[in-house]
Design a binder for this molecule. Structure first.
Ligand code: ADP
Ligand code: MG
Ligand code: MG
Length: 215
C-alpha cells in the first residue's frame, strides 16, 4: 500500500504541473501589474521540477514522505523566486508529516495539507491582509480543518477549503501590497488580485478535483 500512496502523490504532482502550465500566462500577467511578471513561469518550472523529482524518487522505490520531501526541494530550486521557496517548503513540510512505510488515511492527508499551509506562513512571515498567498492559505487551512472535523469527508472538506481560498484570492484585489516585490509598486496592485494567492487557490482547486475523482 505504501507504494500506492507514493504513486498517488506522484500523480498529484503531475496534475499540479499541468495546472500551472494551463494558467502560466494569466499568472504572469497578474504578476506584471505590480511585480516582475515571472510568477506563471516560476510556478510552471517549480511544479514540473517537483513532478520530475517525484518521478525519480518513485523509480528508486521511495515512499510518500521521501517522494514529497524531494519534490519540495526540487520545486524551490527549479522555480527560484519567493513563491518557489514557499511552495518548496510547503511540500517538504507536508511530506515530513507522512510515513514512508505505511498507508495514508484521510486524517493524515489533512494533517499534511495543514502542515504545508503552516510552513508558508512561518517561512514567509506574512499576515492576512498583506496581499500575499497567505491571504488564501489561511482561509484554506481554517476551512479544511473545520469541515474535516465536522464531516470527516476529505474531498468535500478540500473542495470547501479551495472555494474559500478562491474567494479570498479574489478579495485581495481590494488590497495594496505591502510585502514582496510588489511592495515597491504597491499602489499599482490595487484592483488586481495577488498572483500568489490566485495560483494557490487554483492549485487547491486541482487538489480537490483530484481527491473527488478518486472516490
Ligand atoms: P518573486 O516575487 O520572487 O518574483 P513570484 O512572482 O513567483 O516570486 O511570487 C510572487 C508571490 O509570492 C506574491 O504574489 C505573493 O503571493 C508571494 N509572496 C511574496 N512575499 C511573500 C511572503 N513574505 N509571504 C508569503 N507570500 C509571499
Ligand atoms: Mg514575480
Ligand atoms: Mg521574480
Amino acid at each position: 500500500e505504501s507504494q500506492q500512496v507514493a504513486g498517488r502523490i506522484g500523480d498529484l504532482l503531475e496534475v499540479l504541473g499541468r495546472t500551472c502550465q494551463t494558467h502560466e500566462e494569466t499568472l504572469g500577467q497578474l504578476d506584471a501589474v505590480a511585480g516582475d511578471g515571472d510568477h506563471g513561469q516560476g510556478m510552471t518550472f517549480g511544479s514540473l521540477g517537483a513532478a520530475a523529482a517525484g518521478r525519480r524518487a518513485l523509480e528508486r522505490g521511495a515512499g510518500a514522505r521521501t517522494t514529497l520531501v524531494h519534490a519540495g526541494t526540487a520545486w524551490a530550486e527549479a522555480a527560484g523566486g519567493t513563491s518557489g521557496a514557499l511552495w518548496g517548503a510547503a511540500l517538504t513540510a507536508a511530506g515530513g508529516t507522512l510515513d514512508d512505510a505505511g498507508g495514508t488515511g484521510n486524517a493524515q492527508v489533512v494533517a499534511a495539507l495543514l502542515a504545508g499551509a503552516d510552513a508558508v506562513q512561518r517561512l514567509g512571515g506574512a499576515r492576512v491582509g498583506d496581499k500575499t498567498m497567505v491571504d488564501a492559505v489561511v482561509p484554506f487551512r481554517e476551512t479544511l480543518r473545520r469541515e474535516f472535523d465536522r464531516t470527516g469527508d476529505l474531498p468535500a472538506a478540500c473542495r470547501a477549503a479551495a472555494d474559500a481560498a478562491r474567494q479570498a484570492a479574489e478579495g485581495t484585489a481590494e488590497l495594496v501590497a505591502r510585502l514582496g516585490r510588489a511592495r515597491v509598486l504597491g499602489e499599482k496592485s490595487l484592483g488586481t488580485p495577488d498572483p500568489g494567492a490566485v495560483s494557490f487557490s487554483i492549485l487547491m482547486g486541482a487538489v480537490a478535483d483530484y481527491l473527488g475523482a478518486r472516490q
